[in-house]
Write a protein that binds this ligand. Structure first.
Ligand SMILES: [Zn+2]
Length: 261
């Protein structure tokens, strides 16, 4: 058995602490609360959470998943997000450390963090906050200007934003119902910068496909009806996760499955 290198344990410990901060952002961004200075409190009894109740993963275990004051259950989302952020922080580590690979690590890791925050906020509140989209816009733009020709990222952005916008407007004109929110359309446009015109078309088709399968199965199981608004961001993000973090797997299996049938 190989011993786990010490630096990986160190990165994991930083990763679970960032995961803990991600949990704070998921709660506070939609409420427009201060994300740095406000103390954390139990949402049920307002009991202030002290430092030893705030240790990633460990506190959840020794508190047995309940508030120390009122014994209300603590959501599984907290340890889950902490653990998954810790795992991602190790998985993305480059094999060789160069300036480019370290910059790329921060690019990929912060993208993953924003995806996690976006995912949970959209499921809970059906919004994709502008502040998170702006961060993605900034890093995708910087990276794409450096690595790709303007024709790649600009057409990616235009296709990503205009195509869903036209479809949604047509849908609204015909059915007088909002199909897709502006947050989804902005996210498509921003992802288009990084994925390029073909990548973003793959994402649009696959996320709509995934969304309709899951939406229809929820309707069939009477968990929702046709008039419910479905949070669409999570589907876009799941597909984009495969495209950005597993591009070889995505191109080999998923996109060829869709376009060579
Ligand atoms: Zn409590």
């Amino acid at each position: 058995m190989h011993a786990i290198p010490l630096y990986k344990i160190f990165v994991f410990l930083i990763g679970i602490n960032i995961g803990s901060f991600i949990n704070v952002l998921i709660i506070r961004i939609p409420k427009k609360m201060d994300v740095i200075y406000a103390r954390s409190a139990c949402p049920y009894c307002n009991h202030q959470i002290c430092w030893y109740e705030n240790i990633p993963l460990l506190s959840f275990i020794f508190l047995k998943g309940a508030c120390s004051n009122c014994k209300s259950k603590i959501s599984w989302q907290y340890p889950f997000v902490e653990l998954i952020t810790g795992i991602i922080s190790i998985l993305l580590l480059p094999r060789v450390f160069t300036l480019i690979s370290i910059v790329d690590y921060f690019f990929l890791f912060t993208t993953a963090c924003v995806f996690i925050i976006h995912f949970f906020i959209d499921i809970k509140h059906k919004i994709l906050p502008n502040s998170l989209n702006l961060y993605l816009l900034a890093i995708f733009l910087f990276r794409s200007i450096y690595f790709y020709p303007i024709s790649y990222w600009l057409t990616g952005a235009l296709v990503g934003a205009l195509f869903p916008f036209i479809v949604t407007s047509a849908y609204y004109y015909i059915k007088k119902q909002e199909g897709m929110g502006m947050g989804d359309i902005k996210l498509f446009g921003i992802l288009g910068i990084h994925l390029g015109p073909f990548g973003i078309i793959h994402n649009i088709f696959l996320s709509c496909f995934l969304g309709s399968i899951i939406g229809l199965s929820l309707i069939a199981r009477k968990k929702m009806n046709l008039n419910n608004h479905l949070a669409f961001g999570p589907y876009i993000l799941v597909v984009a996760t495969f495209q950005i973090f597993y591009p070889d797997l995505f191109n080999k299996y998923i996109s060829s499955l869709l376009f060579h049938m």
